[in-house]
Design a protein around this ligand. Structure first.
Ligand SMILES: [Zn+2]
Ligand SMILES: [Zn+2]
Ligand SMILES: [Zn+2]
Length: 250
């Protein structure tokens, strides 16, 4: 299984528009972070997790020409507003919880109209719950957690898990995350935030589930420059960056 990080940035991306901080002015490509999304190649299938406003650029930069399935974590714009750009991919199957499906229908009503005009994305929404399900022979294990007051889902596939936009999680859910090779988890910045893990909270979470390697994502400019923060991280922990590829034994 191969994971490509298409975007490792928070909702405003990095650089943040109009900001002149050290991170936003950095010329290091690893300090350019598009909105959070990953692309998974597993058992001959291509799975996208989240489809944010940078989707078109992400597809072009990573030469993605087939998407079999899309998993959505929640309805926030930075995770769903690329859905309008799915047209070139033909029939697209999107898996999300009921409230997220409803939000996609509200945001893109013309894609679900009885009489559709030509040239719109062909979307099929599949409502999921916390129960594991199969996409062909690939098992998807949803992980429930809170994003401030909003209950949302992360996903485990084989020995890999993607947990973005998390502020808290019940201990019972941690059992589903044991034995991971690779964890990608939200770490917005160093100071606490009401709807995201800080770097310290993400490290605490990682230490409870002991993945072999942890990558931090959904990063805000105030976390600091990639090169500087990377030096501070212990063995087995890294900042994700756009275009990063990770091989996971499934
Ligand atoms: Zn987000
Ligand atoms: Zn900045
Ligand atoms: Zn969010």
């Amino acid at each position: 299984m191969q994971i490509t990080v298409l975007g490792s940035g928070t909702s405003g991306g990095v650089p943040e528009v109009r900001c002149k901080c050290e991170t936003c002015l950095s010329t290091d490509p690893k300090d350019k972070r598009m909105r959070a999304s990953i692309f998974i190649e597993v058992k001959g299938k291509n799975i996208l997790i989240d489809c944010g406003p940078d989707f078109r650029s992400q597809v072009l930069q990573n030469n993605i020409d087939k998407i079999d399935y899309i998993l959505l974590t929640h309805e926030h714009f930075d995770h769903t507003f690329g859905i309008g750009d799915l047209r070139p991919f033909g029939d697209v199957h999107i898996y999300a919880e009921e409230n997220v499906c409803a939000s996609v229908r509200r945001t893109f009503p013309y894609c679900f109209a009885e009489v559709k005009y030509p040239g719109i994305p062909k979307l099929t929404l599949h409502q999921i719950s916390e129960k594991p399900f199969l996409l062909d022979d690939i098992e998807i294990i949803p992980i429930r957690y809170m994003h401030a007051a909003l209950p949302i889902l992360g996903y485990r596939i084989g020995n890999f898990a993607y947990i973005t936009d998390i502020s808290s999680i019940q201990d019972e859910e941690l059992a589903k995350l044991q034995g991971l090779e690779v964890l990608i988890v939200d770490a917005l910045r160093k100071t606490p935030h009401f709807s995201h893990f800080s770097l310290e909270q993400a490290q605490e979470f990682s230490s409870k589930i002991h993945p072999k390697t942890t990558y931090f994502t959904h990063i805000c400019h105030s976390l600091g420059r990639h090169a500087e923060v990377s030096k501070e991280l212990p063995f087995g922990q890294h900042l994700a960056y756009d275009g990063m590829k990770v091989e996971v034994r499934s």
